[in-house]
Design a protein around this ligand. Structure first.
Ligand code: SF4
Length: 316
């Protein structure tokens, strides 16, 4: 690990200002992804701004009937919150499907949204990777691509977003709240938070330099049957090959988002109109324009079958 300096921020705006002041500075909260990346020297910040002391660790009810989840709420606490379990079951289930108990105790809401891809070549400094070193190439294209993306990818990067929580937030229409270095605030729909790679796969989200996530807001409960199903190579502590977050109403209508298939949680609202008519047309519409590799084309069939299983469960 490279040496770095360290400070503790007293307010969100102060933290944002401190990170914006230096291009080599980063926020640190739970550190469950960042510290691994620093040990491998994939991330080499020269300065860390610790945000753990900020007053951002509460879950509060909003005047609109939803919930405002502080950026520092730990994944374990969020999944266990009675209001989340009762009204946003898909979120609770998605969080519990991710990582391990120890990691969830430490990982934060904002950090979970910001975690980086688990593409194996991204973690191997000896390999070309446009996300780690822009312009160096992509070892995954033509290499081992089984766990990687089938849609939303580009000729520069085919990595997936590894999150579970983010897939649930996408189907819940969550909004990310931020503070900028000069103190201004923003609300970013989670649908617009993660970016597709295009020619700049190193740009992974909509945050400006120094902009700090302060909370995630959930709208009032959507009701319905809420399911998160994750298909992976082993039963725990593994990333999704395919996951499905779904909220299905009594009449069969609903919302569906997929994880493990794209550089961001993948949801196509237009395809949801097909839901009452059955799963197959929906899966076909969601994955229209997919560009899988030879190694990961199976994900399209897996996604279709996982969706069918989720809909069968929801309608039972
Ligand atoms: Fe890097 Fe993306 Fe290629 Fe993986 S898929 S090697 S993260 S550029």
């Amino acid at each position: 690990m490279k040496p770095f300096t360290y400070e503790r921020a007293a307010t969100p705006a102060e933290a944002a200002k401190a990170v914006a002041a230096r291009p080599d500075a980063k926020f640190i909260a739970g550190g469950t992804n960042l510290l691994d990346l620093m040990k491998l020297q994939i991330e080499t910040p020269a300065h860390l701004v610790d945000v753990n002391g900020l007053d951002l660790d509460r879950i509060e009810e909003t005047p609109e009937g939803g919930l405002r989840i502080g950026a520092l709420v730990r994944n374990t606490d969020l999944a266990a919150d009675m209001r989340v379990r009762r009204d946003y079951g898909v979120l609770s289930r998605a969080i519990l499907a991710g990582a391990s108990g120890q990691l969830r105790n430490r990982a934060t809401t904002a950090g979970n949204l910001l975690q980086r891809t688990r593409c194996p070549y991204f973690y191997d400094p000896g390999q070309p990777c446009n996300k780690r070193r822009p312009g160096s190439g992509c070892a995954a294209i033509g290499g081992f691509s089984r766990p990687l993306g089938v849609i939303g990818t580009s000729g520069a990067c085919i990595a997936t977003n590894p999150g579970d929580m983010a897939v649930a937030l996408r189907v819940l229409d969550a909004v990310v709240e931020t503070v900028a270095p000069e103190g201004g605030t923003r609300r970013i729909p989670v649908a617009e938070f993660h970016k597709l790679p295009g020619e700049t796969p190193q740009v992974e989200n909509a945050l400006a330099p120094g902009e700090l996530v302060t909370a995630v807001t959930l709208p009032k409960p959507a009701g319905g049957k809420q399911i998160y199903r994750k298909v992976r190579d082993r039963a725990s502590y593994a990333f999704a090959l395919v996951s499905v977050a779904a909220i299905i109403q009594r009449d069969g209508s609903g919302r569906v988002a997929f994880g493990g298939v794209a550089p961001k949680p993948w949801r196509v609202e237009a395809a949801e109109a097909d839901l009452p008519r059955g799963a197959r047309p929906t899966a076909a519409a969601v994955f229209a324009g997919a560009n899988p590799t030879r190694d990961n084309a199976f994900k399209l069939k897996l996604a279709e079958r996982t969706l069918e299983a989720v809909l069968t469960e929801a309608r039972s």
